[in-house]
Design a protein around this ligand. Structure first.
Ligand code: UD1
Ligand code: MG
Length: 458
């Protein structure tokens, strides 16, 4: 039976990245490059996907999990040697095998599918996916004869000056007849400028054996971009960002300046939401409909429901319910759950706290390790004192209570519903229903004292 297989090359160190992180684990719009490649390959409905790992093997395996099989390339002897490692899993199969590099994050499923059907129509031994590069430097060049038939691929470092002028490049993606691929791989040598076993040499070997070599040229060079250094990484991010933003806009999201809006792959946004410049939406974030996300806000791994307003604020691992609002300059730290119609104003920090429907926390307040009920008014400059230097403690504030400005609520503490805390109080003991708690020293007035001051004026 004819099988459809994919090999993803991800064993290289990525020396040109000058990084502690293995190249294929660098991120493009929040997702590692190799994960982008695997996601697109998976959607092309493969019978087998094999990822070749070497440098950082454990980290790559942890990243991709059981969505692919793995083989290990012990020494990074070149792309040809890398593909050969997959022989133990694929060697006995009839069918087609595509090879893709883990450092080409912009390829789409559609392109893989087009390549495979072109390859099958041509009944070729190998079909090289090529494109025309505005600047081909660094890529392997496609060498065609006078009839336009592909003869071989020459790597940048092995190319003559004339060959270097060729702008048709090898994208690093190929469709092979599976059996011919592995038989040719046993014949390649490392007799070249880099002393490596090049996968690209398979082309010339098959050609010399009289096999059909095809080339499928894609129009969009940028989709095929290989990322070998940080300059290309930034460029790949820019291209992916544009793709992501355009898709959201087509789905009804407004962006004031899409060139300056940073949305990770996989973020969801409802229609009629407006996103201002400088916004960053990261990780597993979901934004509802009719929201307004103001300039320079950053939202990470959070769920924002419908009709929410976020003004220049930072939100991490938190949730905001319908019609709530926050900012400017406020911060939801992990595990803040903000109820419906809650208002969080300027310079408010909330951490590991639940705030009930309709409650208002207007200004300069810290709420940590707390549960607040509904319709509470928290004044300006209130501190939920949650830490005793060793442990965190909880504060519970009941519905409809009033916390006066500049109060300290020292946890562990229970403030019942319908209670009132006078401004400037430091509260250490439970406050009961309908009580007013006042905990501050009494005011003393000294009559005529002003006149005794040395700098007194009449
Ligand atoms: C390769 C191609 C080049 C093509 C370019 C497209 C070869 C010899 N050259 O060059 O023709 O234009 O991609 O982007 O194939 N890898 C391994 N084991 C190794 C070496 C590399 O797994 O021993 C992996 C790397 O992790 C990477 C991929 O193979 O994901 C490509 O390797 P890289 O060094 O980036 O090749 P390029 O120089 O870009
Ligand atoms: Mg590369």
């Amino acid at each position: 039976m004819s099988s459809k297989n994919a090999i993803i090359l991800a064993a290289g160190k990525g020396t040109r990245m000058k990084s502690k992180l293995y190249k294929v684990l660098h991120r493009v719009c929040g997702k590692t490059m190799v994960d982008h490649v695997l996601t697109q390959v998976q959607a092309a409905d493969m019978d087998n996907i094999v990822t070749v790992v070497g440098f950082g093997a454990d980290a790559v395996k942890e990243e991709l999990g059981n969505r692919t099989k793995y083989v290990v390339q012990e020494k990074q002897l070149g792309t040809g040697n890398a593909v050969l490692q997959a022989e133990s899993l694929l060697g006995d199969l009839d069918g087609v095998t595509i090879v893709v590099s883990g450092d080409t994050p912009l390829f789409t499923t559609k392109t893989f599918e087009n390549l495979i059907s072109y390859h099958q129509n041509k009944k070729a031994a190998v079909t090289i996916l090529t494109s025309k590069a505005p600047d081909p430097t660094g890529y392997g060049r496609i060498i065609r004869n006078d009839l336009g038939i592909v003869e071989k691929i020459v790597e940048q470092k092995d190319a003559t000056e004339t060959e270097q002028r060729i702008d048709e490049i090898n994208t690093g993606v190929y469709a092979f007849d599976n059996r011919l691929l592995f038989s040719a791989l046993h014949k390649i040598t490392n007799n070249n400028a880099q002393g490596e076993y090049y996968l690209t040499d398979v082309i010339e070997i098959l050609k010399n054996e009289g096999q059909t070599i095809a080339a499928y040229r894609m129009n969009d060079f940028y989709e095929s971009m290989g990322v070998n250094d940080r300059v290309a990484l930034a460029q790949a991010n820019k291209i992916m960002r544009k793709r992501i933003n355009e898709e959201h806009m087509r789905n009804g999201v407004s962006m004031i300046n899409p060139e300056d809006t940073y949305i990770d792959y996989g973020v969801e946004i409802g229609s009629d939401t407006v996103i201002e410049p400088g916004v960053q939406l990261k990780g597993k974030t979901v934004i509802g409909s009719d929201c307004y996300i103001g300039a320079n806000s950053e939202i990470r791994n959070s769920v924002i429901h419908d009709n929410v307003t976020v003004t220049s604020s930072l939100i991490e691992d938190s949730e905001m319910m319908d019609h709530s609002d926050i900012g400017p300059n406020s911060h939801l730290r992990p595990h803040a759950v903000i109820g419906k119609h809650v208002h969080l104003g300027n310079f408010v920090e909330v951490k590991k706290a639940e705030i009930g429907e309709g409650t208002k926390v207007g200004h300069l307040t810290y709420v940590g390790n707390a549960k607040l009920g509904r319709n509470i008014n928290v004044g300006c400059g209130v501190v939920f004192v949650n830490y005793d230097g060793a442990k965190k403690h909880e504060t519970d504030v009941g519905d409809d209570s009033f916390i006066g400005s500049n109060s300290n609520l020292i946890a562990p503490l229970k403030v019942s519903d319908h209670s009132f805390i006078a401004a400037g109080s430091t509260i250490t003991d439970q406050v009961n229903k309908y009580d007013m708690a006042i905990a501050r020293s009494r005011q003393t007035n000294k009559p005529g004292y002003f006149k005794k001051l040395p700098y007194q004026k009449d």
